[in-house]
Design a protein around this ligand. Structure first.
Ligand SMILES: NC(=O)c1ccc[n+]([C@@H]2O[C@H](COP(=O)([O-])OP(=O)(O)OC[C@H]3O[C@@H](n4cnc5c(N)ncnc54)[C@H](OP(=O)(O)O)[C@@H]3O)[C@@H](O)[C@H]2O)c1
Length: 345
């Protein structure tokens, strides 16, 4: 009999989460099999259940934040060995998703976890790192078209250019703030509940304003900080209200990045970019392989990128449905929920 593993399936479109055994997959050429030690939860996981988006085939295994150990190498994989600690952005196909105990990954898109970073911390990164990085560094209209900080020469090059990051305390926002710091933006202006101020300043924010300030009030506060035009706004929340605020803050010629479908109307002199952090979309592959395979371990080791805080859910994969319900109810503030699939009863 082929070996099996525990997996959490969404049984049908708009359906329920159920446990079923899944096969332990065989890595193909250029792939690795990962024994998943930690996976984090994302809003998209409850949105798929509620709205039926992104997933084509059911029953479906969800989850795309993978951290664990290399278990087996596919043909031609030379850069990893069994037991290496790695993390990767999974996909919404069953053999590459993360709400299970083993998954496959493309080796050239996989990152090492440095010794100073735990599996749980690493698992908080992929989904939010991808959408942040693509939003900044991919070409228009997939991103702002900025120069990626992949070498020391291209880091810090946007000095004197202001950026506004709406929702800095969200998991996306925390990474966006750190990328803005790495690229040299100044000032870095963000909105959040003010209890997050110290943390967000430690990540690179220059100024933190209350998340409930009106757009006009925020505009006045920003004028006190910089005379430069606001050409970049990254909306890490992208509610109707925050998208409208983003458009209002922009100077002519400016760009607003949003992370859910675009609802704001911008005039002809401003653009609104809908950012999709799909790891294997052809226009994202080269940018992301360089980031994951070659760069991110160094950024983590040097503390240039710090993972979000973690709350570990009880009972491995069985804790995930409750965690997703808490996310949907807006009960998660300034941290990431993480499950350890190997602890599933
Ligand atoms: N397009 C993509 O590829 C992609 C990828 C990842 C995420 N997303 C989307 O990005 C959004 C954020 O995801 P996430 O994982 O970062 O969520 P998250 O961390 O779970 O979001 C919760 C945080 O957002 C803050 N927040 C909520 N509404 C806010 C507002 N109006 N202003 C300022 N802060 C606000 C909350 O603040 P308090 O602490 O004050 O409660 C809380 O800290 C979601 O809609 C998600 O689906 C899209």
């Amino acid at each position: 009999m082929s070996p099996t593993q525990k997996a959490l399936y969404l049984n049908k479109k708009f359906g329920d989460f159920v446990f079923e055994d899944a096969p332990i997959y065989k890595p193909g050429p250029g792939e690795i099999l990962i024994k998943i030690k930690a996976t984090s939860l994302n809003p998209v996981d409850w949105k798929i259940q509620k709205y039926g988006v992104f997933v084509e085939e059911y029953p479906a295994i969800l989850g795309t934040d993978v951290a664990g150990d290399v278990e087996e190498l596919g043909e031609g994989v030379k850069e990893f060995k069994k037991g290496d600690r790695v993390f990767v952005h999974g996909q919404f196909v069953n053999d590459k998703a993360s709400f299970q105990q083993y998954t496959l990954a493309v080796a050239s898109a996989t990152a090492r976890i440095p010794p100073s970073v735990s599996y749980e911390e690493a698992s908080t990164l992929p989904v939010v790192l991808t959408v942040s990085y693509v939003g900044f560094y991919n070409k228009n209209p997939h991103g702002f078209g900025l120069t990626a900080p992949a070498s020391e020469e291209t880091q810090g090059i946007y000095g004197g250019t202001p950026i506004v990051i709406l929702g800095g305390a969200s998991s996306v926002g925390q990474i966006v703030i750190q990328l803005a710091r790495l690229s040299g933006f100044s000032p870095i202006i963000t909105t959040a509940s003010l209890k997050h101020t110290d943390n967000l300043k430690s990540l690179g924010a220059t100024a933190v304003f209350d998340r409930d300030l009106s757009a006009s009030h925020l505009k006045n506060e920003i004028k006190k900080l910089t005379n430069e035009p606001i050409k970049f706004v990254y909306d890490s929340i992208s509610s109707k209200t925050t998208q409208e605020t983003g458009v209002e803050l922009l100077a002519p010629g400016g760009q607003l990045a949003v992370v859910v479908p675009v609802s704001a109307k911008a005039g002809e002199d401003k653009s609104v970019l809908g950012i999709l952090g799909l790891p294997r979309a052809p226009h994202n592959v080269e940018l992301l392989e360089t980031l994951y395979h070659d760069k991110i371990a160094g950024f983590l080791e040097k503390g240039i990128i710090k993972p979000n805080k973690v709350e570990v859910l009880p009972n491995g994969l069985a804790g995930i449905p409750d965690g997703l319900a808490r996310m949907e109810a807006n009960q998660i503030s300034g941290l990431k929920l993480v499950a350890r699939p190997q602890e599933t009863p």
